[in-house]
Design a protein around this ligand. Sequence first.
Ligand SMILES: C[S@@+](CC[C@H](N)C(=O)[O-])C[C@H]1O[C@@H](n2cnc3c(N)ncnc32)[C@H](O)[C@@H]1O
Length: 483
Amino acid sequence: MLHHKRKLMKYKMLKEKISYKSRNNKIMLREDNQIYSKDLFENKNIIHNLNNSQSLLIIGDVIDVLRKIPSESISCIVTSPPYWKLRDYYIENQIGQESTSEEYVDKIVEVSKELLRVLKKDGAYFLNLGDTYLEQGLQMIPQRVAQKMIQDVKVLGKNQKKIGWLLRNQIIWHKPNHMPSPVKCRFTNTYEPIYFFTRNDWEKNVYFNLDAIRVPYKSTEKENTFGLPEYLDEKEYKEMLSEIEKINNKLKYNGKFKGEEVNIGASPGGRSSVTGVKYIKKRKTEIEQKIISEYLTKARIKKGISVKDINKILGYTYTAGHWFRSDAGGSLPTSIDWMKLKKILAFDNRYDKVMTETHYILQTIKKHPKGRNPGDIWTMSTAKLSEKHFAVFPEELPRMAISACCRQDGIVLDPFAGSGTTGKVANELGRKSILIELQTQFVDIIRRRCGDVKVISLEKDDEYDDFEENRAIGIQLSQQNRI
Ligand SMILES: C[S@@+](CC[C@H](N)C(=O)[O-])C[C@H]1O[C@@H](n2cnc3c(N)ncnc32)[C@H](O)[C@@H]1O
């Protein structure tokens, strides 16, 4: 107790850092009051025995702890590390107080290397990272970190193949309640980036549950079909032409592509957004191309005519050749070409209906019944905590990430847990979570916010007393609003 008071005094007077000491090399593990002498995750039950909605909080340095987590065991990482030179957590080994931005960038990249190793093949990493002004200039730290992660970070996957990071989105976290700023010679900062990474051996079956995060349409958002039917037959289309023209005139598009009919953007949405309403003519019934190519080939051989000659008769150079191929280069003749071909090859009527019957399809993107994709600008108010722990991110941030990218039985990881926002949200969404935090003083806040939490301290074995002691000091200091 006396020692504790002395330490507190020393901190107050000399602003000395609370240390996370290491006096010998033997790593011991403690879960609440128990001491484990085994390597943390050699005892795999520690993870597997977690209940759904339970959090495992590991007190220790991020790199030390990550090295104990098995490869390819985590489904979704959501975190916000301390930003460079923004606040001092008064603890040895803390990230954010490096003397140069290069050192800081390298540190976050080093952490990302371990994160890449622990991430499952279909996992995701959401990194929220703010920038720092140095002598009035932005340091571009988030961008430098992201670039280095993509270019330099390589680890050996379980399959012994090298893997790296793939940047899927740069999301803008727009803060409608951003801090008022006294700056007069530049614009106020109102956003922070959130990088969404996956492994670069990401496969097509990656887990992304878009339906879980769809945004409802505003009642004012109109369907851009203008009440027109999706399909029209030839007669209906002709009758509707003047109506379509009227709609398109009302849209008053006057841009670069005015008057152009084709090749305006690759997507139907792109085309309709610049040209207005548009129908395209398509075959009414789908048919496998291979069936037609084999049928045509038989008829051609029977007739004893070469593909070259068919091209010549129809005035094509290569087009007819594709109709007789059943590989990826094959294609179906248009209804007009089908009838011309019929004259040349004299085949029967069996496919005439399929090959010649057409209708018109409206080319426009329809509203998804479950809402729209939220896009890459997320408007979320900054969060506050009664404990005055600063720099918490809004619950909405991990909620979006976990709902979209973490399978129901997956494990969520926050390597810089702070007050435990990620754990709280994972818990609410019924996911297990692992939280890593250097500061013992946040244990109580995390326990209070996350509910069911198992606490382990990754420390040197003679640090047990300091754990309780540092925690007590931390609580006192935070009560005085110092931390
Ligand atoms: C910006 S805060 C995270 C806040 C969190 N997103 C929340 O909502 O509460 C960053 C945290 O990283 C912790 N930290 C700093 N250096 C660390 C290290 N080397 N290992 C583990 N945690 C560290 C700090 O103590 C701090 O709590």
